[in-house]
Write a new protein. Structure first.
Ligand code: NAG
Ligand code: NAG
Length: 351
C-alpha cells in the first residue's frame, strides 16, 4: 500500500524525471541567445528602486488581487479572520466571539518580517484610532522564530528602522532558531514565551496564546507534529496556519510525483497528509476535535499564483532578467491547481 516499501520504483522514477529535466534544460539552452548585442535591456536592474517596499514570500490569497505583495498580505488576513482575530466583514462582524481579548502570537517562520510588521502596525493602530474594528484586540507580545539567518538579519533591520511612535507597543522579539524543534530553543526564547503566556491581571481581557504558521509548517524537519504537540500540551496554545494537505485519493503516480517534488522542495514525507489525517493528528496532539476547522482555499491560491508567475516570467524576460528557480515552482503550482492533488488550507485549532 505504501510506495515507500518499493525503493527500486522510486529510484527509477526519480532517475527518469531527472533525465527528462536535463534533456529539457539542454534543448532550451541550445536554441538560446548565441550573439551578444551591444545594447540590451539588462540595465533594467539599475533602475529598480531599492530598498524594496516589501519582501513577502508565501503562496498568497488571490481572490481580489493580481499583485504579489497584496496577495501575500491577504493570505495572512485570511488566517487572522478564520481565527476571529480580525473581523470578517462578510459574515461575523457582529458575532466576533473573542471581542475584548488580549492575545500573544508565536510566529513560526516570519520570513523577512513583513508579517511581523503587519501584525505590529495593525494592532498598534487599531489600539488608537479604529474603534469599530480590532480595537478590542490587545496584542500582549509577539515572538517570531526563523531558521534562516539571512531572513533574521533582514527582518531585524526592517523592524529596527520602522519603530512606531505608539507608546504602548507590545514586546516584539524575533529570534533565529529552529521553530520545528522546541527542545533546541534557547533560554531567552523560553523566557519570552513564558512571559507571552501569562494572562494580564485584568480579568476583563481573556488572554489567548496563538501559534501562527503562515505557509511554513510543511517544511518542518523531521515533521510539523512535534512542535504542534508542544504547542498544544506544554503551551496550551491555539493554532492558526496556512498549510498544505494532499487530496483524499491519489494515484500511485501522483504520490510518486508529489514525493519527488517535496523532496526537491525540502519537505519531509511525514508532513504530507490528507485533511482528515491532519485533523486526526491535531486531535492526537491534544486539540479538541470540535474546535478544529480546516478550510480549503485552493481555488484562490494555486491557479492564480501559477498565472502570476507565468506573467512575471514573461515580463522579466522582456527586461533581460529571469524569474529563475520560480519557473519550476510556477509549473508545479499550475499542476496542483489543475489536478487538485494538493490542497491549500487554513487550519484553526482553538484551545
Ligand atoms: C472590555 O475591556 C474594558 C477595559 O478593560 C472593560 O472596561 C469593558 O467592560 C470590557 N468590555 C466587555 C464587553 O467585556
Ligand atoms: C488553556 O487555554 C484556554 C483558553 O485560553 C483556557 O480556557 C484553559 O483553561 C487553558 N487550559 C489550561 C490547562 O491551562
Amino acid at each position: 500500500m505504501d510506495e515507500s516499501k518499493n525503493p527500486l520504483l522510486i529510484v527509477s522514477v526519480t532517475l527518469a524525471v531527472l533525465l527528462v529535466a536535463r534533456w529539457i534544460i539542454r534543448t532550451r539552452t541550445m536554441d538560446g541567445p548565441t550573439k551578444k548585442p551591444l545594447y540590451r535591456v539588462d540595465h533594467s536592474v539599475l533602475n529598480i528602486p531599492l530598498p524594496l517596499q516589501s519582501l513577502w514570500m508565501n503562496m498568497g490569497y488571490w481572490k481580489d488581487t493580481d499583485d504579489f505583495p497584496t496577495a501575500c498580505r491577504a493570505l495572512l488576513e485570511q488566517v487572522l479572520k478564520h481565527a476571529h482575530i480580525l473581523p470578517d466583514e462578510v459574515s461575523e462582524k457582529s458575532t466576533n466571539p473573542n471581542g475584548n481579548q488580549s492575545l500573544s502570537i508565536i510566529d513560526l517562520g516570519y520570513g523577512c518580517g513583513d508579517q511581523s510588521l503587519y501584525i505590529r502596525d495593525t494592532f498598534s493602530q487599531s489600539a488608537q484610532n479604529d474603534p469599530q474594528n480590532t480595537k478590542q484586540t490587545h496584542l500582549k507580545a509577539y515572538i517570531g522564530l526563523t531558521l534562516e539567518p539571512s531572513h533574521f538579519a533582514t527582518a531585524q533591520k526592517r523592524l529596527d528602522s520602522t519603530t512606531l511612535s505608539t507608546p504602548h507597543t507590545a514586546p516584539f522579539t524575533i529570534f533565529c532558531a529552529d521553530a520545528a524543534n522546541p527542545s533546541s530553543w534557547t533560554p531567552q526564547i523560553h523566557t519570552a514565551i513564558s512571559h507571552a503566556s501569562q494572562p494580564p491581571n485584568d480579568p476583563a481581557h481573556p488572554h489567548h496564546l496563538w501559534i501562527l504558521a503562515l505557509d511554513t509548517l510543511y517544511h518542518f524537519q523531521p515533521s510539523r507534529w512535534p512542535v504542534l504537540h508542544y504547542a498544544s500540551t506544554t503551551l496550551n496554545a491555539s493554532l492558526m496556519a496556512f498549510d498544505l494537505c494532499t487530496a483524499d485519493t491519489l494515484s500511485l503516480w501522483q504520490r510518486i510525483v508529489i514525493r519527488f517534488l517535496t523532496f526537491m522542495g525540502q519537505s519531509p514525507a511525514a508532513n504530507w497528509v490528507t485533511v482528515s489525517e491532519y485533523r486526526d493528528r491535531l486531535v492526537e496532539a491534544g486539540y479538541a476535535r470540535d474546535k478544529i476547522a480546516i478550510h480549503d482555499i485552493s481555488e484562490f491560491v494555486f491557479g492564480p499564483l501559477h498565472g502570476f508567475m507565468e506573467k512575471r516570467g514573461r515580463e522579466l524576460e522582456e527586461l533581460g532578467m529571469s524569474i529563475g528557480r520560480f519557473r519550476y515552482a510556477g509549473g508545479m503550482f499550475g499542476w496542483w491547481g489543475r489536478s487538485g492533488v494538493v490542497r491549500a488550507c487554513v487550519v484553526v485549532a482553538r484551545k
